[in-house]
Design a protein. Structure first.
Length: 270
């Protein structure tokens, strides 16, 4: 049962250990409705924490919480033990994806007025700096010029833009361009559809170990390329290249699987 925030006492539901989580998941998969309800209740704090990310979108948090609960239920129903990951690792992108699909399908995201004003200042400063420097100004240079924190500028640019390709440049960093792909976990729940397809086609295990590890950290653990680079002692550029190579490999493997499925269907119909 989906509960509203006003009807809940979140601290009342204790967190489950990883072992308990797996036990309840097994029971829920076998039709135990009490175990399923327990899983939902004990993950409500997770949903509550995630919906805070969308507090500036112009929606009531209670409404987003209910949408997030739908994502949690889908994660419980679709979770596959062969993934070899913790349930929360799988559930987070599913919950976020459900919320983003709602925001996308309901109506375009409302951009705060403060962001619009900041982007205007950024664009004006960028034009002036680029003209004086003879090259494109970086985010760091623009931030210093207008006296605004770099992260605030990035947030405003992300909110105002709607790039169509994962390889479009979202903004220019101090050293390297940052692509839409680098912010994929922040865009419209794409991580959920990507990894549902990956799981269905069983291609993740066919990747080289390093590529597999990077993708798991990016999409299941919701880490940025910079965070992964730090953990693996590599540069952000190297992580970006590894990720792109992995996604291209997945695309090719998926196309091969799709063609194989089509051939099998044609053979069956003959």
């Amino acid at each position: 049962m989906i509960q509203r925030l006003s009807e809940m006492n979140l601290p009342h539901f204790p967190l489950l250990s990883d072992k308990e989580m797996m036990e309840y998941l097994h029971a829920a998969k076998e039709g135990d409705t009490e175990a399923r309800e327990r899983l939902i209740n004990c993950n409500l704090k997770l949903i509550f924490n995630l919906v805070q990310r969308f507090s500036h979108r112009g929606y009531e948090l209670e409404d987003l919480f209910q949408i997030g609960t739908i994502g949690l239920i889908k994660a419980i129903d679709k979770f596959d033990f062969s993934y070899g990951v913790k349930f929360s690792t799988y559930a987070v992108p599913m919950i976020i994806g459900e919320i983003r699909r709602f925001l996308r399908d309901d109506h375009p995201v409302k951009v705060p007025r403060s962001y619009k004003e900041l982007v205007y200042k950024v664009n004006r400063a960028r034009d002036e700096l680029s003209a004086s420097l003879g090259r494109d100004a970086t985010i760091g240079e623009i931030a210093a010029n207008i006296g605004v924190d770099r992260d605030e500028i990035v947030a405003a640019l992300e909110a105002i833009q709607s790039p169509t390709s994962i390889y479009d440049t979202l903004y220019q960093d101090d050293s390297d361009p940052i692509y839409v792909l680098d912010q994929l976990s922040e865009e419209k729940g794409l991580e959920s559809s990507w990894f549902e397809k990956i799981a269905l086609n069983e291609v993740l295990d066919k990747l080289p170990e390093r590529e597999k590890r990077v993708l798991l950290m990016r999409f299941f653990e919701d880490k940025t390329q910079s965070q992964i680079a730090s953990l693996l002692n590599l540069s952000q550029v190297q992580i970006s290249r590894i990720e792109r190579a992995a996604l291209l490999r997945i695309r090719k493997l998926s196309e091969i699987n799709d063609r194989s499925d089509l051939d099998n269907q044609n053979s069956s119909s003959d």
